[in-house]
Each structure stands twice: as C-alpha cells, then as structure tokens.
Design a binder for this molecule. Structure first.
Ligand code: GLN
Length: 274
C-alpha cells in the first residue's frame, strides 16, 4: 500500500522543530511580542491583513478541536489555543469559519493563518508554512455496530465517507483499492450516511471519531487507525510562507506549554469530550 508520506513528514517536522530551537529564529529580528503580562495594548509590529488583528480560518465541524458553540460562535480547543497565542502576540484574533478545503489557499489573502486540526502534509507545505506541531493525531475508522470491517483489506471496494480535502480523504483515495469515496463538507454528514447505509465506513481523525462514537452511541463504533496501518499525523497552525509570524507563534506555543495553559486546554476541551 502506498503510504501517506507521513513518516517523511514526521521527520521533516522534527527537523524543523530542532532547527527552530537552534538556528531558525533570526537573531537580529525585532522583538515581536510585547512583554508578558502587557499584551492587551494591540501595538503589534506584525504585518497582518488588518493591522493589530490576526484573522484565522477554521472549519467549525471538527469536535473537540472546533465546533459551533451555543452562542453560534466557533469554539473548541483550537479556538482557545489560537486566542491564547494571539494574546501573547498582542494581536486580536478574529475567526473566519469556512470550508476546510478552502483554508490553505485562503492563507495570505483572506486569512492570516488557519487552525483546524490541520495535519502537516508535504502537499500543504508547498503552499504554506506550519508552526511547530501541537498535537499528535491518527485517522480512525468509524463503522456501524454490526459491521465486519476490521482491517485495511476489509475496506477494499467499499463505500467510504470522508471529509473533503482531509488526510482521511487522501488515504481513502490513494491507499484503498477500489473504494468509492464519498467526500462531504461536514464529517458529520459522512457519519449520517454511515448510519443510513450509504457508507460502509468513515475515515476521520481520532478525536472527532471518538466524539461521533459517543454522539451516535450504539449505532457506530470507532476503530483504531493502527488496526488499518495508518500512521501518526501532526496538527500544526498553517501560516503564510516565510512569515515573521511563524517563529513568534512557535515561541507563544512554547510559553503556553511551559506555563500549563496548553495542558489545561487539553483537559478542558479534549479529555472531557471523550
Ligand atoms: N487532520 C485532517 C487534515 O488535516 C482533518 C482536519 C479537519 O477535518 N479539520 O486533513
């Protein structure tokens, strides 16, 4: 089976992480972020689409990382994380909810960046840069409770539901022989078509798969990706190529990990959702 290049990517991400720690940050770059504890003045020096603002795209159809909250606004782990990053950078974060498959091409023209449980892939790296990875993921397979599907071979020739433009979509198309791939704008629609029999399986990231398993309790079961030979993926924030934002976002992520904010968000949004 053709692999998703995830191994090579993991290495590339790893190398870029090492490099950022050691040699990526320009020593003569102006200090971009206001001093910690004094981040509310918005006097940021970053070049963004709108001065003082960080316009970030997401697709709020991917719980627990992003979903539409009770107030109608995008909420979830990624939203909380990017707001905390924005605060460190002295930038007001504005969220634009859009289709997942439009995010990468919108970066630099409609949005300053994207956070959307987005996996670092070689293809996306042709168009954008990624921050250091902030979360490890893997694709899972959702099947109905009475399904016999257990391994990659069992998926051959089946109807597979995916979210359009996602790594699950690429796996279904590139790695599963003879599959009919049904791509949806919302992963939940793929799950609805699993329940009503139009799909035999849905390939979707682990954490949303676990949320769907509990939302469709008794109807669907989430199977681990390792059972299917799927390799780990890394989520990162997508930013314009060669942007001064990238090292600053990395520094903010590092600080949020060091001061415990990151772990608190994992607990609040991810662990409590499972
Ligand atoms: N991690 C997957 C990808 O990057 C799915 C992301 C999503 O659907 N929001 O393609």
């Amino acid at each position: 089976m053709k692999k998703l290049l995830v191994k090579a990517l993991a290495l590339a991400v790893c190398m870029s992480t090492l490099c950022l720690a050691g040699c990526g940050a320009k020593p003569d770059a102006p200090a971009p972020a206001p001093a910690a504890g004094n981040t509310s003045e918005g006097s940021s020096e970053f070049k963004t689409l709108e001065s003082g603002k960080l316009i970030i795209g997401t697709n709020a159809e991917f719980p627990p990382f992003e979903y539409v909250g009770d107030d109608g606004e995008p909420d979830g782990f990624d939203m909380a994380l990017i707001k905390a990053v924005g605060e460190k950078l002295g930038l007001e974060v504005e969220i634009q909810n859009m289709e997942f498959s439009s995010l990468v091409t919108a970066i630099g023209s409609k949005i300053d960046g994207a956070i959307a449980g987005m996996t670092v892939t070689e293809e996306r790296l042709q168009t954008v840069d990624f921050s250091d990875p902030y979360y490890e993921a893997v694709q899972y397979v959702l099947v109905t409770s009475d399904s016999d599907i257990k391994s990659a071979e069992d998926l051959v020739g089946k109807n597979i539901g995916v979210q359009l433009g996602t790594t699950g979509n690429f796996i279904a198309e590139d790695d599963i022989e003879g599959a009919t791939v049904n791509a949806y704008n919302k992963a939940v629609d793929a799950v609805n078509d699993l329940v009503n029999g139009k799909n035999d399986a849905v390939i979707v990231d682990k954490n949303p798969a676990l949320v769907f398993e509990s939302n469709f309790e008794g109807q669907v079961v989430a199977l681990e990706g390792s059972q299917f030979g799927f390799e780990n993926e890394q989520y990162a924030i997508a930013l314009p190529k060669d942007s001064e934002l990238t090292p600053a976002v990395n520094k903010a992520l590092e600080e949020l990990k060091a001061d415990g904010t990151f772990d608190e968000l994992v607990k609040k949004y991810i662990e409590e959702a499972e």
